[in-house]
Design a protein around this ligand. Structure first.
Ligand code: G2I
Length: 349
């Protein structure tokens, strides 16, 4: 299958298929087609998505906007281990199901996030004194149950999230400590068994540019492919900040992963700034959003872009980086910012 036709596979995967060509009439009497980001991306065989969560979905205006403008989504927290297996062997997909239901109802591609991460793990798991055999069985069961539950509903999974340090060495997680580096290949194999059609990804931040961390992923993907491990994609989160500069090697970096024979995707894009936001900063931010979009469009196997939320109203940034924010293309009142129009232009070229 030609990989650039990710959306053909996606359309088959969505119950009713994605509505790729319908163009709603605009407010000016229907003379000018008001294409959404999702529609513009679909015309380029990509998705353009935004993460959400059950808190946001209770906000009707926000939910309407998300469904209208985007053709993909992912659950920001609901599919993480603490949420889905709060007690050992006791699974709870209630919240995740709500997000998946929203995605399906609105013909949106759903990305599953995340099967294994060192954060937001349940206490029973982090506090246990596990042998390697015990932990391996726990991991296998967790992955199998979760992926099986969403079989046919998740287009892709972030199977292992953030396993490397900044210098490209393995992060000292409970999984690495007890199981060694082989846990990554095992996780992909178990996920593939549970849903052979889901695209399986590694996913991390600070890997947008070429450097020690992205080099380590490049080597890992290469060796997993060589061993026949079912890995299908590399996710570049894209948590950028104006004060740290634009990752100028992004396109080249995406391309070198694509050249290994995997899809690539921007999975958690946001571009924060030191507050207050000024017109100048918002203009630079808009350019960066456009540049990331163009970089993805320039790489045949870049299947899509996901924003980490679409509005500043619900962004994770202010709580994690005090004094920073304004990171998304819609402001706190759900109004489009310069970044929104810049993305639209980039997708239209
Ligand atoms: O940290 C940003 C992202 C980095 N990549 C992996 C993503 O999964 C991660 O997402 C964020 C969520 O957006 C936040 O919403 O992960 C955070 C946890 O590291 C999430 O924050 C947590 C808060 O820490 C909790 O206090 C809160 O109860 O969100 C929880 C649910 O709102």
């Amino acid at each position: 299958m030609a990989h650039r036709h990710a959306l053909a596979a996606l359309a088959a995967f969505a119950t009713a298929g994605l509505v790729l060509t319908a163009v709603p009439a605009s407010a000016d009497g229907g003379r000018r087609p008001a294409k959404t980001l999702g529609e513009l991306a679909a015309a380029k065989d990509r998705y353009f998505g935004a993460a959400t969560d059950v808190v946001g979905l209770a906000d009707a205006e926000y939910a309407r906007q998300l469904a209208h403008e985007f053709n993909s989504t992912t659950a920001g927290n609901e599919l993480k281990w603490y949420a889905t297996e709060p007690q050992q062997g006791v699974f709870d997909f209630t919240l995740g199901d709500q997000v998946v239901h929203f995605a399906r109802k609105n013909n949106m591609v759903f990305r599953g996030h995340t099967l294994m991460w060192h954060n937001q793990l349940p206490d029973w798991l982090t506090n246990g004194a596990w042998t390697a055999d015990q932990l391996r069985a726990i991991l296998k069961n967790h992955i199998t149950q979760e992926v099986r539950h969403y079989r046919g509903k998740a287009y892709s999974w972030d199977v292992v999230n953030e396993p490397f340090n900044e210098d490209g060495t393995y992060r000292d997680t409970i999984f690495y400590r007890i199981l060694g580096p082989g846990y990554i290949a095992d996780a992909f194999r178990w996920a593939h068994e549970a849903d052979p059609h889901a695209k399986l990804y590694l996913n991390d931040y600070n890997v947008e540019y070429i450097g020690p961390k992205s080099d380590a992923y490049h080597a890992l993907v290469k060796s997993l492919k060589a061993e026949g491990v079912p890995i299908h994609g590399m996710g570049f989160q894209g948590h950028l900040a104006l004060q740290y500069g634009y990752p100028t090697t992004l396109q080249e970096n995406l391309q070198r992963f694509a050249d290994l024979g995997v899809d690539v995707a921007i999975t958690e894009l946001d571009i924060r700034m030191l507050l207050p936001a000024t017109d100048d900063k918002l203009a630079t931010q808009a350019k960066w959003y456009a540049d990331v979009t163009k970089a993805c469009l320039a790489v045949r196997r870049c299947v899509g872009i996901t924003l980490w939320g679409h509005t500043d109203k619900y962004s994770w940034i202010p709580a994690f980086f005090p004094g920073e924010g304004a990171a998304l293309p819609y402001d706190e009142n759900l109004n489009p910012k310069p970044a929104y129009y810049a993305i639209r232009d980039a997708l239209s070229q």
